[in-house]
Design a protein around this ligand. Sequence first.
Ligand code: SF4
Length: 492
Amino acid sequence: MERMSSKSSLVIAPEQPISARPKVGFVSLGCPKNLVDSEVMMGMLAQGGAELVPRAEDADVIVVNTCSFIESAQQESVNTILEMARLKEGRAKKLVVAGCLVERFRDEIQKNIPDVDAVVGTGELENILGAAGLTQPQSADSPFRILTSRPEGDARAAAGRFSRDSWDGAISDLPNYLYDETTPRVLATARSTAYIKIAEGCDHPCGFCIIPQLRGKFRSRRFESVIAEAERLARSGVKEITLIGQDTTCYGEDFGLKDGLALLLQKLAAIEELRWVRFLYAYPNKITNQLLETIGAHDKICSYIDVPLQHASAATLKRMKRGGSADIFHRTLEKARRTIPNVTLRTSFIVGYPGETEKEFEELCEFVRAAEFDWMGTFAYSDQEGAKAHELEGKLPLKEIERRRKHLMQIQKGISKRKKKALRGKQYDVLLEGASEESDLLLEGRSEMHAPEIDGKLYIADVPEELTPTPGEFYRAEITETHDYDLVARIV
Ligand code: SF4
């Protein structure tokens, strides 16, 4: 498995014609799930003879792997495509748009942005080869199509959950792509850490979300495939693995595995070279006792749970088609805290969902005050054509949605400040990431409490004189200063 020095690109030899050995630059937007798709496409390109280059300006072919999660993400994707299109006035000969935006707006992209030479959807990643001017394998030969499904997903499909009928130009086949351990992949993360996508797609019916239409039905990678990839990564120097998927807690259900995620974590914790194993994106009612006990029982499994709850008012959750309530969620959090000492809890919410009354919003605020999350994000609801919520009555003005978002984050800021202050003087193992972008005088690292890229910062301000700190290594550090979200530490 190769690595890229930067997560934003890919490459080849300059004076050769594009068809022989193109230099490919990559811009990857969106979430870690999208990043893994970018890494897989980069792997296929490198194996197919391309040279990956870190600067788009140096590329013959520029690929923008887009995100279509919410309106602002779509806008960022479009802006990036337009920005990259300008480079066709220079060296770049081809602009390829890949990812979620393609699944959603395939026709519009090609019609409205003539500089785009090819599009590659989330279910046709191997088409990146042909798009970049390399030899395209026959899709029938692709080893990367694995589709199992769950009765839940099949029933939702029959009820129209995955329908793209109202989307102009969408291809009717849902993506069924899923990479495996034999898929070439060029890692774009720091040397010591890597994501592994253990499942793709989602069967849940959440009213605000079009990911199931974009990514297809839920399907898991084979157990042995995930382990084989983790072992290979560990052998290549990776010390931290983060399992991802739209819903990691459903892992294995499609091939009849009960508590599949817990079993997977146990197996990964036995890989000697790994120091940390973590997972993201738990679905609240899928957090089982066995999962909690497994996290609590293994030192290598980070005591960290990211469970996007989306709301806490039972009425809003019902309209979101998610279920649950503040009481149910409190019980889950309480059980997690009881089973896993010092567990770090992260969540995210959507405010301003259609019909969200002042009372429902206050219920959410009350829940946040009582739940005391370690990390929390809040999204302002935005309308997505194709999502069920789009058809709902009771849309709130943008100004009011923004007011609610800020208010909720203000509550969390106070909680976070207090919780971070309580960490002063405590010591943690810290994975050193390197120099800080904030200042040359600071280093940055992460503790078990910090998942890659999403949580607050941990700055290292003080290092013993005799020590030359090496990025990718673990150090013991004491928290010396705390802020609203960030921590400052010294290596001891
Ligand atoms: S669980 Fe809900 S929000 Fe998450 S990807 Fe699935 S449908 Fe979307």
